[in-house]
Ligand binder design. Sequence first.
Ligand code: ADP
Length: 237
Amino acid sequence: MSIQVSNLQKSYGRQSAIKDLSFHVAPGRILGFLGPNGAGKSTTMKILSGSLPPSSGTISVCGLDIQRASLAVRRRIGYLPEDNPLYHDMYVREALAFVAGIHGIPDRQTRISEVIAMTGLAAEQHKKINQLSKGFRQRVGLAQAILHDPDVLILDEPTSGLDPNQLHDIRTLIRDLGQERTVLLSTHIMQEVEAICDDVIIIHQGRIIADFPLVELVARYPDKSLEALFIRITTNN
Ligand code: ADP
């Protein structure tokens, strides 16, 4: 398995965010992590990316334990955090060079050019990040996440706040990037899962309430729109 999560729990002080989460993501699959706001998606993704320690439970990524081999795991993971923090005063190429330096990527300029081509940033590469539209900023975030050629991509709400055209383009890009990688992406929009994902996990109040291949979910509920199903599951109606 690319990602194996067992009995994960996380509390922030007395606030319990994740209650006993277990799931796996098979290599090469795109898994949608679906749930309403506050369900625990970001917390799970921060833990998987190594930026937040769990309260308990075990996680392995590409067969490596996230706590015992945290550096090796980080090399295998590309992470796009929810708010896509970027250096807004940097030029696109400059920002990518900075991140490539952190990763110690050899032959940096060649790799940056490759990633710029893969993420459709050629025309924007000499612009400042603060001059870019939200859709292109997301592309820069994705470019940063794949610079070190990770096996696993963790994308926290990667399309939030995009207009319909940008949404379509970024979803297409995520599918392309997912062809050779395992992807875990979070969203609170069912249509997003239908557009991008192979598998879906529905999380609600820190627990998994559904874990299916997408085709199975569609087959199980043929008469209902998945959006309606999601609302029904998460509101207990
Ligand atoms: P989601 O990404 O699904 O919206 P989060 O993982 O951000 O959910 O939050 C899960 C729960 O944990 C929520 O109840 C949220 O208020 C709480 N939470 C998240 N971050 C913190 C924090 N730093 N301190 C305290 N509570 C937090």
